[in-house]
Design a protein around this ligand. Structure first.
Ligand SMILES: [Zn+2]
Length: 341
C-alpha cells in the first residue's frame, strides 16, 4: 500500500517526451562540469549552485542556461551530461525518454558534429545497458538562431543520422519566429522518416499550432497550451490524436500562464485532447517529472488510476519502438495492480 500520491507518483514507471538535454543538467551535473572548466565562472559547489539556479526573471534564466551551455566544451562533457541526465531520470522511475538535443549549439561552439553524435550515442547505449532506461533523440532547431541553424541541424540529422534519432523539432522563443519559415528543413527531416515535433502555442496563440500542423507536419506539439482559445483546433487535435506535451511549471516560468490555477490542462483534457506531462528544463525550473505529475493530478483531480492513465498517454504518444511501448505499458499496469492491493 502506497502512503501518499507523492510516493505513488515517484514509484510509477513513466515516459517523458519533452525534456531538453542541457536544460536537464542538475546542480550535481553542473558542478561536475564546472569543476572541469574553472575559468567559466560557474560555481562547482552544489549548494552555491542552488543559489545560482534561483532566477530573478526569464532573462536571468536564459543567462544561466547559456552559462551551462558554455560548460559543454568537448565530447567528453557531452557524454557526461547525457549519461548523468539519464541517471537522474532513472532515479524518478522514468523508463523511456525522448531527449530534445540542440546539436547546433555545441557544433557552433567548436565540437565536431561527428564527435558530438558519438558521445550521445555512447551515453545512450551505456544508459540502456547499465541503468535500464531507453533514450531516443529529438534534434531541434534553435529558432532564435534562424535559418542557418535550421540548415545545419537538418544537415546533421539527415546526413549523420545517429541510431537514436527519431524526431525533428523547433525550440527557442516563439514570438517573432514564424514556424512556416522552417518548412523546407522539416520536409528534409520527414523525408528520412523523422517525426515532426515543433514547439508551438505556448507564448503565442493557436495560429502557431495550426502553422505547425499545416506547414511542418507536426505529429505532436511542444506545449500547445493556447489551443484552448480555438475550439476548431481542439477538435482537430482530438480527432487526429495530435498529442500535446504539457509542462505546467515551465508554462508558469515563461509566464505563458499567470498561475497554476489558470492552467488550461483541465480544458484540454475535457476537449478530448491527448495530453502528456513533461518537465521541459527541470532543474532550471526547480522541478522534475514527478513534481509535474503531482501538479497535473491536483489540476485534474486525479486518483491513482487517473495518474496511471496519464502516464500511459506519454507511452502511447511516444515514438518508442513497439516492444518498449509494450514493456512500459505492462510495467504501469503491474504497478497499478500492485498498488490497488
Ligand atoms: Zn521545450
Amino acid at each position: 500500500m502506497i502512503s501518499s500520491i507523492t510516493d505513488f507518483i515517484a514509484g510509477l514507471p513513466k515516459a517523458e517526451l519533452h525534456v531538453h538535454h542541457v536544460g536537464s543538467a542538475s546542480p550535481r551535473i553542473v558542478a561536475e562540469l564546472a569543476a572541469r572548466h574553472p575559468t567559466a565562472g560557474v560555481p562547482a559547489d552544489v549548494e552555491k549552485l542552488a543559489e545560482y539556479f534561483t532566477f530573478s526573471d526569464f532573462a536571468h534564466f536564459i543567462q544561466v542556461y547559456l552559462s551551462v551551455v558554455d560548460l559543454i566544451r568537448d565530447a567528453d562533457d557531452v557524454r557526461t551530461l547525457t549519461y548523468e541526465v539519464a541517471r537522474d531520470m532513472t532515479a524518478q522511475n522514468i523508463r523511456y525518454a525522448e531527449l530534445t538535443i540542440t546539436p547546433y549549439s555545441s557544433v557552433n561552439r567548436g565540437i565536431p558534429a561527428e564527435a558530438f553524435l558519438e558521445a550521445i550515442e555512447d551515453a545512450r547505449l551505456a544508459a540502456e545497458s547499465e541503468l535500464g532506461i531507453v533514450l531516443r533523440w529529438c534534434f531541434d532547431i534553435p529558432g532564435e538562431a534562424g535559418l542557418p541553424s535550421a540548415e545545419e541541424t537538418a544537415r546533421i540529422a539527415t546526413t549523420l543520422t545517429p541510431e537514436g534519432l527519431i524526431s525533428f523539432g523547433l525550440g527557442g522563443p516563439e514570438i517573432g519566429v514564424p514556424r512556416g519559415q522552417f518548412a523546407p528543413y522539416f520536409d528534409q527531416a520527414r523525408a528520412i522518416g523523422l517525426h515532426s515535433v515543433p514547439h508551438a502555442g505556448e507564448t503565442t496563440g493557436p495560429e502557431t499550432i495550426w502553422d505547425s500542423i499545416r506547414l511542418l507536419g507536426a505529429e505532436r506539439i511542444g506545449h500547445g497550451t493556447s489551443a484552448t482559445r480555438d475550439p476548431e483546433l481542439l477538435r482537430y487535435l482530438a480527432e487526429h490524436q495530435i498529442a500535446l506535451e504539457v509542462s505546467p511549471t515551465s508554462n508558469l516560468a515563461t509566464r505563458a500562464v499567470g498561475s497554476l490555477a489558470e492552467h488550461p490542462l483541465p480544458d484540454l483534457v475535457k476537449a478530448g485532447v491527448l495530453v502528456t506531462i513533461n518537465s521541459d528544463d527541470p532543474p532550471m525550473f526547480s522541478t522534475d517529472l514527478n513534481r509535474e505529475y503531482g501538479i497535473a493530478a491536483d489540476l485534474l483531480g486525479l486518483d491513482e488510476a487517473g495518474i496511471g492513465a496519464l502516464a500511459k498517454n506519454a507511452v502511447t504518444a511516444s515514438f518508442a519502438p513497439d516492444t518498449v511501448k509494450a514493456d512500459v505499458l505492462h510495467e504501469i499496469d503491474t504497478y497499478l495492480a500492485d498498488c490497488a492491493h
